[in-house]
Design a protein around this ligand. Structure first.
Ligand code: CA
Length: 423
């Protein structure tokens, strides 16, 4: 899978904002890279640049395109054997979403039995002190842990679940192959059991399309991830192995290969105990994290290639964040915008995507953009093309289970067998 922030990927019409048409024009590039799945960060109408506060779950943000350009993208993906999954934000909504505005207006009139039921709206004293809320008048508030412009859905209510069924059906019927679920850790609150909700959601999606693929973001410790795997969700991101401070990076830095393999084996076993069909989802960094090349670029290309091999060759699906394959770096180590800079297809002709909203200027990757690296057989990009091919040609790599950690009497060497029963 390849994670794309549409805003920063490819601008087709010169307005300074990446769009679906631009992304569609780069599908041949992704197919050649070996990508068989695409994850789009939120594409629904929203006032923020990141679009995690959704104003309309049934449309495409006009800056990105329209439902027609989306349908074309789906069609072109499927032509190339690429599955398309979209980000689905079910924990919170935009305060600008009409459904929420209606609820807020009703609550102002003292009516809690209408649209208010969709949301975590309660009397003020319902909330504990450390819960962030959006006040609605003097008596009521809505839970809003992320920000006051992102009030939270009530995942227990019948109305909400009817709405979510409609949303899932809308996109699955359009040909979407699945979803990446945002902020699953926060599904659980005072009255909602996140596992119960996710079990319901998975059952609902499979009722619409039995082949649906769902991957969840539970940025938390093993026990929280294992708990949500009980819902039957296909995959959850393996956060502890990612980022510059995660296990992959740290094991490479300290040359502890054997310990890393043991860690992956233990992690996988824990998750498979919760869901025997789980598919681990490994990555090096995502849109919320500083890019791994910030740490590894100075060490040299071999380090970047090695990090790529490590996460690609462990069991499960690998998720490559756009630009990772050319060694893009983050211009600063804090601020989400700095992790989402424009994709560099040609470093002699830098993208004219507006960094105004991204809030930062940035440098091209040290070894050039896609064009430059395609011409160099030893480039990081060509290494990614080779390692992905290895993974695709040998399904036991992604589908197998680690059955044995081999001891070479040298703890810098990590080696393992995987076993795969294709039946
Ligand atoms: Ca555009």
């Amino acid at each position: 899978y390849y994670e794309v922030f549409v805003y920063s990927f490819c601008d087709s019409d010169g307005d300074g904002i990446g769009d679906l048409k631009g992304l569609t024009s780069k599908l041949d590039y992704l197919q050649d890279l070996g990508i068989t799945g695409l994850w789009l960060m939120p594409i629904h109408p929203s006032q923020s640049y990141h679009k995690y506060d959704v104003e309309n779950y049934y449309d495409i943000d006009p800056a990105f395109g329209s439902l027609e350009t989306f349908d074309k993208l789906v069609e072109e993906c499927h032509k190339r054997g690429i599955k398309l999954i979209i980000d689905l934000v079910l924990n919170h909504i935009s305060s600008q979403n009409p459904l929420f505005s209606k609820a807020a207006a009703e609550v102002a009139r003292g009516n809690l039995n209408g649209n208010a039921r969709y949301f975590e709206i309660h009397e003020n004293d319902y909330f504990s002190r450390d819960t962030q809320v959006l006040p609605l008048g003097s008596k009521y508030s809505c839970e809003a842990n992320f920000s006051t412009v992102m009030p939270e859905w009530n995942l227990n209510s019948k109305q909400t679940r009817e709405e979510f069924t409609k949303i899932a059906k809308f996109w699955l019927d359009r040909g979407v192959d699945g979803f990446r679920l945002d902020a699953c850790k926060f599904y659980t609150n005072k009255t909602t059991n996140g596992t119960e909700f996710l079990t319901w959601f998975m059952k609902t999606c499979r009722g619409i399309n039995p082949e649906v693929y769902v991957v969840g973001e539970t940025w938390s410790d093993d026990s929280d991830i294992a708990e949500l795997y009980k819902s039957g969700i296909d995959s959850e991101f393996a956060f502890k192995f990612a980022t510059t401070t995660g296990s992959i990076s740290q094991s490479l830095m300290t040359q502890k290969g054997m310990a890393l393999v043991a860690k992956v084996k233990n992690y996988d076993k824990k998750m498979a105990d919760a869901n025997p069909k789980e598919i681990n989802a490994m990555f090096l960094s995502n849109h919320d994290q500083v890019r791994l090349s910030n740490t590894f670029e100075s060490k040299g290309l071999d380090w970047q290639k090695f990090a790529a091999s490590v996460y690609m060759l462990f069991p499960g699906n690998s998720f490559t964040y756009y630009g990772e394959e050319i060694g893009m770096t983050s211009p600063a180590t804090t601020g989400d915008e700095n992790f989402r800079t424009p994709m560099v297809f040609d470093s002699d002709n830098m993208p004219e995507i507006s960094v105004e909203k991204l809030g930062s200027t940035f440098d091209p990757p040290k070894n050039g953009g896609v064009e430059q690296q395609l011409k160099n057989k030893d480039s990081l990009l060509n290494f990614y093309r080779r390692i992905i091919k290895v993974k695709l040609q040998n399904p036991e790599i992604s589908r197998g289970r680690i059955t044995e950690v081999c001891d070479f009497d040298d703890d810098s060497v990590g080696a393992f067998f995987t076993e795969y029963d294709k039946n």
